[in-house]
Design a protein around this ligand. Structure first.
Ligand SMILES: [Fe+2]
Ligand SMILES: [Fe+2]
Length: 197
């Protein structure tokens, strides 16, 4: 059976595919002198609702809290928490500039694209560190009863959120990837939908 940490790793793969779409969106905006209205709205919604509320939510409210109980002083998750905050800043700059960039304002396009690139670069490094360093370290601290507890807490978080946000945001990532010709790996998401809807 898949673990709570493996669910987060699968969510990373969906987020990475949307970061590629965001890169394409920014390149296109710079080339055309205007931002795609529909796709920029879809990607910002995804970043706020899936990457932040759903994914960072489970990390901060469940996994990092568990790690705090096993680590003395400032653990490695402190840096990850700070990067989540940094990411929220980039997304709010993008959201603030979005409509002006859609209407072709050069300064707004520049700000949107700069924040999109800063977010993409930071989140890629962040995800790699979670996958390769921090999650394996937390996994080592997990007894099987802890793993069960983390799983149950994830189930509760998703139930409170309505029980269908994976289905919704995986579909919006799949459709964005199709639009921007970005690979979308179906095999990375099977357990997300099966377990969390
Ligand atoms: Fe994170
Ligand atoms: Fe993560």
């Amino acid at each position: 059976m898949i673990t709570a940490i493996q669910i987060l790793v699968q969510e990373h793969r969906v987020i990475e595919s949307m970061l590629l779409c965001l890169e394409r969106l920014a390149e296109q905006a710079e080339r055309d002198g205007k931002l795609d209205n529909e796709r920029s709205g879809t990607i910002i919604d995804f970043l706020r609702e899936f990457a932040d509320a759903c994914h960072h939510g489970k990390e901060e409210d469940v996994l990092f809290k568990f790690s705090d109980t096993r680590t003395v002083g400032h653990g490695p998750v402190e840096v990850l928490r700070d990067e989540h905050t940094e990411g929220r800043g980039y997304v709010s700059v993008m959201a603030k500039n979005r409509l002006k960039a859609v209407s072709g304002n050069p300064g707004a396009i520049r700000s949107f694209c700069e924040s999109a690139r800063d977010l993409t670069n930071m989140l890629r490094r962040h995800i790699q560190r979670e996958d390769e360093v921090v999650f394996p370290m937390i996994e080592e601290q997990c007894q099987s009863s802890d793993a069960d507890q983390l799983w149950q807490e994830f189930v509760t978080v998703e139930k409170i959120a309505g029980g269908d946000r994976h289905k919704k945001f995986v579909e919006s990532a799949r459709s964005c990837c199709r639009h921007f010709n970005v690979p979308f790996h179906e095999d990375h998401i099977t357990q997300l939908i099966v377990n969390f809807g």
